[in-house]
Ligand binder design. Structure first.
Ligand code: RTP
Ligand code: MG
Length: 137
């Protein structure tokens, strides 16, 4: 089943020069295609829309501050089972719990600074694509 997903390479990934490595892992998966890619610094409104589900949680404010702390790379990736697939490449939210071989497992330590966001469902993907690439809605 072909799908699309919204991926963000978070400010830690950009600062540490890991975007090429992460994009390369995504790009090499058979049949997946990057159909949009942009480096941009996120404003408060965009972050509120994107992380609205977490508003009120203790990690929300530091998360938004971190996500605005430098540019991110936003991508749309399309292909077979790409929603589940990019989350599998990323690994679980906590990088210490993430297996070596996954992006978070290989490069992350801190839960907040876990390098990558990827949509978690078809509904989230459509909502998030509209936020970051309104022209692709
Ligand atoms: P994401 O939305 O970024 O793809 O990550 P996720 O689904 O794996 O994790 P989620 O539960 O949606 O949390 C969103 C992001 O918030 C930060 N976080 N910090 N306890 C904490 O300090 C904490 N919990 C979550 C992470 O950056 C996580 O990716
Ligand atoms: Mg999430």
């Amino acid at each position: 089943m072909s799908q699309r997903t919204l991926v963000l390479l978070k400010p830690d990934a950009v600062r540490r020069g890991l975007t090429g490595e992460i994009i390369s892992r995504i790009e090499r998966k058979a049949g997946w295609t990057i159909t949009a890619l942009e480096l941009r610094t996120l404003d408060q409104e965009t972050l509120e829309q994107h992380y609205g589900e977490h508003k009120g949680k203790p990690f929300y404010e530091p998360l938004v501050e971190f996500m605005a702390s430098g540019p991110v790379v936003a991508l749309i990736v399309e292909g077979e089972r790409v929603i589940e697939g990019v989350r599998a490449l990323a690994g679980p939210t906590d990088p210490i719990a993430a297996a070596p071989g996954s992006i978070r497992g290989d490069f992350g330590v801190i839960v907040r600074e876990n390098l990558i966001h990827a949509s978690d469902s078809e509904e989230s993907a459509e909502r998030e694509v509209k936020i970051f690439f309104p022209g692709r809605a």
